[in-house]
Design a protein around this ligand. Sequence first.
Ligand SMILES: [Zn+2]
Ligand SMILES: [Zn+2]
Length: 314
Amino acid sequence: MDPNNTPDETRAAVNPVAATLDLLGDRLTLALLGHAFVSGTTRFTRWLELTGAPPSVLTDRLNSLAEAGVLERSPQSAGSDRHDYLLTELGNATWPILVCIWGWQREWTPEGAWQPDLVHTACGHRGPATIRCGACGTAVTGADTDIEMDAEAIWTVTSGARRRSSRGPARGAAGADMQFNAVMEAIGDRWSGAITGLALAGTRRFGRFRSALDISPTTLTDRLARLCAVEILERPAGSEREYRLTPRGRALFGVFVFLIRWSMQAFPQVPGPLQVLHRDCGNLLRPELQCRGCDGPVNRESARIESIVPRPHA
Ligand SMILES: [Zn+2]
Ligand SMILES: [Zn+2]
């Protein structure tokens, strides 16, 4: 890090959680990773079929994931200029984020039944996992943690243009995973992801969101309204420009703790803007997935994801 940087420049340059949302907080990117995990997809043509995304947008997302070290290109045959895109170790580390997203969708949305199902192979239990503290082994929810936020941190994510251009066509042509749904409103949009993260960390007032985010008031108002429309946030009666998480918004805790965890793996040298502490044991929360059937650990070795069931055509 350049010691001549002013603190402002340093902060703006490296906010690992914002950078993580910038990369992963995108519905197509999450869909690509989902297909890699669920059906072992490694090829451009297969992702194209599965998502219905415009080819140029798909190329852009695969390039971003390769640049970030989440996927690596491997020639399909010797001398071929076609590539497979394989998950790296960092790519595989996004697995619990996807598992939490699917689990949330199954529990909190009407379309949840169409999302991939988690099966704990060890005991046969089927369904979403619990989050536990890796230090003390106790199950945790957001209510068991304290989130310390660097009040000076600035959250900058890529603004609308790139996303907007991909959004209409992708939604129209796409399969089930590209259609509108609440979790994608909260996570699959970079700004909304940052807002939801700040809300989980205790931010409530419009002015506070505004000062933490490098965002225009119009965009902030738009995203807050969208998060209220999908019942992630609500406005307490009688409050002026104040927002709080609904129960389904608070249930996104698991998704965010694994996003924060992943940001620490992706940016190991950079202190993050959020510290999640497990109040009972006092440790920094190292989240783990735990089976609700047998309390055993849930990971890629001990669990499988059952394929996305195609949504019947109306
Ligand atoms: Zn603990
Ligand atoms: Zn189990």
